[in-house]
Design a protein around this ligand. Structure first.
Ligand SMILES: Cc1cc2nc3c(=O)[nH]c(=O)nc-3n(C[C@H](O)[C@H](O)[C@H](O)COP(=O)(O)O)c2cc1C
Ligand code: SF4
Length: 408
């Protein structure tokens, strides 16, 4: 749906995109008297945001559409910087027109007067594609309002929506206090709709093919397709599009072609900020509702594997160190949690004995919801999950401790 089979490899041109029905949905919406009708369509489609939090897209749009303001903004968030995830970079680099059309549709539906495609500084190829798409669309008279491409710093937190707004304004890319939410007061204090670039590409598809066609794909609560990034241990690594409802077994074996060597997969991490899923649950369909039952989520689809020879304690430390490094330093509970996670896990690795699981759980419970963004909860999910699901690995690494007791 989002990734068409193509004969050429480079960025999709305007002519190529239009040849597969691109900008038809935009033309139709521009011809209607009431573009807010698209919000109902997106609601019927059951589209949920693909930036990681799976927020219902139509609900977000209604907030901005209801706001009265002479100026309103719409932002396509392509600030992806999660290790293992490459889908937004790939989408913008190869299919910038699909993202742009979705942005324009969302802008019309919410009454935006200005659009922004937000990327990060190291995205040279995607930036060139996005700028070229905007120029081509402008020359073809397709832009109902001006659109600019802006880049924030290459940090993880710069992808958080209010950090992205700060970066576009030329401020440090750190999350803002919420409320107010961007739909009420976003860019320059004006109502702003922020969606992930993949979300917008799905919007363009819905506008072209209809809500029912979109909702016919997927599961009860997870509609359409999702982009996933498969790791290099598989035969077919890279970005793939799969319908919701595909199982992890199908994803790894059929889409991914299986592991390159004879190692077995013990578990997957569906994305860096989620819980792990053990191999015994690989027949679980990929869907928000089914994965929630297993204490995880599809996240942004940057898949990691736990193989038979993976040191899970080292992997968990690597993840914890990532969050410690990338937290922006504004909130003391976040600094404390992310630093303490690394410290406690380091003690496990150093064989300093039991007690670590209780400390990690209490720490995560104490800091929960105490940050200006959800990085605190994102950092806790893989750590708590690893300690629970790979309890034997952690116990073996921690050992009995100096006195056979708790000195972690
Ligand atoms: C630390 C952090 C990093 C994030 N990074 C991204 C990102 O790179 N891209 C993205 O679309 N959303 C990211 N998000 C989520 C955004 O804040 C926001 O929810 C999303 O852009 C909304 O779009 P959606 O509703 O279409 O998913 C991040 C959130 C947090 C807390
Ligand atoms: S929770 Fe962490 S990453 Fe988020 S704003 Fe606070 S310090 Fe920054």
């Amino acid at each position: 749906m989002l990734l068409p089979s193509r004969t050429s490899e480079g960025p999709e041109t305007l002519a190529e995109y239009q040849a597969r029905g691109g900008y038809e949905g935009l033309r139709r919406l521009r011809d209607t008297d009431d573009p807010t009708g698209l919000i109902d369509e997106v609601e019927t489609a059951g589209l949920r945001g693909r930036g990681g939090a799976a927020f219902p897209t139509a609900r977000k749009w209604r907030l901005a559409a209801a706001a009265t303001s002479a100026q309103k903004h719409v932002v396509a968030n392509g600030g992806e910087h999660e290790p293992g995830s490459d889908k937004d970079r790939h989408l913008v680099e190869h299919h910038a027109h699909a993202v742009l059309e979705g942005l324009l549709l969302a802008g019309l539906a919410t009454g935006a007067t200005k659009g922004w495609i937000y990327l990060i500084e190291d995205m040279t190829g995607p930036r060139q594609s996005a700028e070229r798409a905007v120029q081509e669309a402008e020359a073809a008279g397709l832009l109902p309002f001006p659109v600019e491409v802006r880049c924030g710093p290459t940090t993880y937190v710069a992808g958080e929506e209010t950090a992205a707004l700060n970066a576009i304004e030329g401020q440090p890319a750190k999350p803002r206090k919420k409320p107010p939410f961007p739909g009420e007061a976003g860019l320059f204090g004006e109502p702003t709709t922020v969606n992930n670039v993949e979300t917008f590409a799905h919007v363009a598809w819905i506008a072209r093919h209809g809500a029912d066609a979109f909702a016919a794909v997927g599961t009860a609560e997870s509609k359409g397709t999702l982009l996933v990034t498969l790791p290099t241990e598989l035969q077919n690594p890279g970005v793939h599009e799969v319908p919701f409802g595909t199982t992890y077994r199908e994803l790894l074996d059929e889409v991914g072609g299986g592991v390159r060597d004879d190692r077995e997969v013990r578990a997957v991490l569906p994305a860096m900020s989620c819980g792990f899923l053990l191999a015994e649950h690989f027949d679980t369909p990929i869907a928000y509702e089914t994965l929630a039952d297993k204490n995880t989520s599809p996240g942004c689809g940057g898949i990691r594997l736990v193989l038979t020879d993976t040191d899970v304690v080292a992997l968990t430390i690597e993840i914890a160190e990532f969050f410690m490094r990338e937290q922006c330093g504004q909130c003391p509970p976040c600094r404390m949690e992310t630093n303490q996670f690394v410290h406690i896990l380091g003690a496990v690795q150093a064989g300093k004995g039991p007690g670590y699981d209780d400390k990690l759980t209490k720490l995560a419970a104490f800091t929960r919801k105490k940050g200006q963004c959800s990085l605190i909860e994102m950092a806790a999910a893989p750590v708590l999950s690893a300690v629970a699901l790979f309890a034997e690995d952690f116990a073996a690494a921690a050992g009995p401790g100096a006195n056979g007791g708790d000195d972690a």
